[in-house]
Design a protein around this ligand. Structure first.
Ligand code: ATP
Ligand code: MG
Length: 148
C-alpha cells in the first residue's frame, strides 16, 4: 500500500477547469486545501480544449496561434483569481480529449491529487457525474476529489 506521509502528501495538485461554476468551486476548494497544508503545494490549473477538426481551416488561419489565444483568454479569470490567493500555481491549456489529457498530465508529472467538479459546463443531463469526471475517476492513477 502506498505510504501517505501526513500533510506533505499533496505536493502537486492538478485542478481541471472548464469555465463552469463547478470548476470554479473545485478551484476554491483546492486553494483552501493548499492554504491548510503544512507544506505549500503547487497547483497546476489545466484546461483542455476538446478540438474537433471537421474541415481544413480557412487559408491564412494559424490554428495553433488561434488555440493559444483561446486558451489564454479562457484561463485569464483563473489567473486573476489565483493572484489574489497567494497560492503557488501555474496555468496550462492543451488540446485533446479532456479526460485523457487530465489523466496523462497527472501521470507524467506525478501529481498527488486531481481536483475537479462533479459536473461541468454542459450540466444538462440528470446524471450525477459528468463524463469527464467519470472517465478521470476511472483512469487516474492518483486520488481524485470531486467538488459538488
Ligand atoms: P458532460 O461534459 O459529460 O456533458 P458536464 O459538462 O456536466 O457533462 P464534465 O464535463 O464531466 O461534466 O465536468 C466535470 C468537471 O470536469 C468540471 O467541473 C471540470 O473540473 C472538469 N472538466 C470538464 N471538462 C474539462 C476540460 N475540457 N478541461 C479541463 N477540465 C474539464
Ligand atoms: Mg463537460
Amino acid at each position: 500500500m502506498a505510504e501517505v506521509q501526513g500533510s506533505s502528501a499533496y505536493e502537486r495538485i492538478l485542478v481541471a477547469v472548464d469555465g463552469s461554476e463547478h470548476a470554479q468551486r473545485a478551484l476554491e476548494h483546492a486553494v483552501q486545501l493548499a492554504k491548510g497544508l503544512q507544506i505549500a503545494p503547487r497547483l497546476t490549473v489545466l484546461h483542455v480544449n476538446p478540438v474537433m477538426m471537421v474541415a481544413e481551416p480557412p487559408l491564412g488561419v494559424d490554428v495553433d496561434e488561434r488555440l493559444d489565444e483561446e486558451g489564454h483568454a479562457m484561463t485569464e479569470p483563473y489567473r486573476t483569481y489565483l493572484d489574489t490567493t497567494g497560492v503557488q500555481y501555474e496555468v496550462r491549456y492543451h488540446t485533446g480529449d479532456p479526460a485523457t489529457v487530465i489523466c496523462d498530465t497527472a501521470n507524467e508529472e506525478q501529481m498527488d491529487l486531481i481536483i475537479m467538479g462533479t459536473r461541468g459546463k454542459s450540466a444538462v443531463s440528470e446524471l450525477f457525474l459528468g463524463s469527464v469526471s467519470h472517465k478521470v475517476i476511472q483512469h487516474a492513477h492518483c486520488p481524485v476529489m470531486t467538488v459538488k
